[in-house]
Structure formats: C-alpha cells, structure tokens
Design a protein around this ligand. Structure first.
Ligand code: SF4
Length: 219
C-alpha cells in the first residue's frame, strides 16, 4: 500500500513537472517571437536562463509550427548582448579580445595561416586590415579566426576579460555559449550576409561597439 502511494506520488510529480515544462516552453516561445518582432527584451537574465534550459523543446515547438527556429538563436544573442554589453564597454581595451571570421576576407587574401590565426598583412583588399590596425593600436587583441576550435584555444591562452565576436548567427551563438562556460562576458555582432566567402558586416555597428568604452566612461 505504501509502495502504491509512493508510485502514485512519483507519477503525479512527473505529470506536474511535464505540465510546468510545457507551459513554460510555450510562454518563452511566445516571448521569443515577441522580442524578435519588437526588439524589446525585458528581464534578460531570467529569460535567458529559461531559454537555455528549455532550448531544445522551444526549437522543437517552433519547428512543429513551421517557424524558423534560428529566431531562438537570434534572440539569445541579443539577450546576451544586453546582459554583457555594459561590462564589455567598461573594460580597458587591453583586457578585451575581438574575433573576426575569415569569411570577411577578400577571396584574393594573401594572408598566411599561423597558430595565432590568419595573419592579416593589411593589403587593402578588405576592411579587416584597417579595422585590425586601428583596434590593435587602441590595445585590443584582434584575431582572424580560421576555425571553430581556435577561439577556445585563444581564450585559454590569453584569458581576455571580455570578448567581441563576429560571425554567422549559429557560430556566434556557439561562441557566446562557450564564453559563458568560461565565465567571460561576450558580445556578438552577426554578419549581414552568411556564407563561406566575402560575407558582409555592418562596420558602423562594429566600430560603435568597439568604441563604447568612451561612451560608458562619459555617462
Ligand atoms: S586586408 Fe588582411 S584579411 Fe583582408 S584581404 Fe588583405 S591580408 Fe587578407
């Protein structure tokens, strides 16, 4: 009899658990769509934690209703940006690293690969050379990323206190998750066009973000 009550209780707890998870999933999915459409992100830390715990079921729900599930990644990136931007802006340039994707390079890029990434020689064929020169003279450590494992290696080697990453949505989302595991605040700027070569970036947004220390100290 006691065993029956015990199994009954476990059954009830399981049903309640799945009910709460299902309701929370639906609630967060609605919130994600609302945030994506309006650009409004209230309670970013709470919502971010909810999305990360229920990410699989939220994306499954999106797919069930034939909604593009990359919206979830997009909203996670914007939430993480909202959480980390102030910290990123407030740190001195020397404590921050910037990771640019190699797909931003010209197809005729003459740069060679090294253990520290693609070694840009500022040949003028793309905007990376000029950006790298300006940012490094300010104190930033700037890398042109040759592959996905590179960021982890450089974070372990140089231990930056904050990171700015540029890339396609899935790449920057994975990069931000990695930084979160390392406890390093990360902000990201998704590329305007995805692809493996000659991708495009909104350089105004990029320079505004990298110059943000001044804005933070002035306010
Ligand atoms: S500026 Fe640098 S990254 Fe761009 S094409 Fe030239 S060497 Fe390559």
């Amino acid at each position: 009899m006691m065993l029956e009550s015990f199994y009954l209780m476990i059954g009830k707890i399981t049903v309640y658990f799945f009910l709460i998870a299902a309701v929370t999933t639906i609630f967060i999915a609605i919130f994600v769509i609302h945030s994506f459409r309006t650009g409004s992100f209230p309670f970013p830390n709470v919502v971010l934690s909810g999305i990360l715990v229920l990410e699989g079921s939220i994306k499954a729900l999106f797919r069930l209703f034939k909604v593009d599930d990359s919206i979830v990644d997009d909203v996670v990136i914007r939430l993480r940006n909202k959480v980390s931007l102030k910290r990123f802006k407030g740190l001195p340039f020397e404590k921050k690293s910037i990771f640019l994707p190699q797909c931003l390079r010209s197809v005729n890029c003459p740069a060679k690969l090294s253990p520290e990434g693609i070694q840009c020689i500022n040949c003028g064929r793309c905007k990376i050379g000029d950006a790298k020169k300006k940012l490094e003279s300010s104190g930033y450590r700037v890398f042109v990323v040759p592959g996905s494992s590179f960021i982890k290696r450089m974070v372990e080697k140089y231990r930056p206190e904050a990171i700015l990453g540029v890339g396609c949505i899935s790449e920057v989302k994975d990069g931000m998750d990695l930084c979160h595991r390392f406890g390093v605040p990360a902000v990201a700027i998704p590329l305007d066009t995805d692809g493996c070569i000659s991708t495009e970036l909104d350089w105004d947004v990029f320079y505004n973000t990298t110059k943000a220390d001044k804005i933070a100290s002035e306010s």
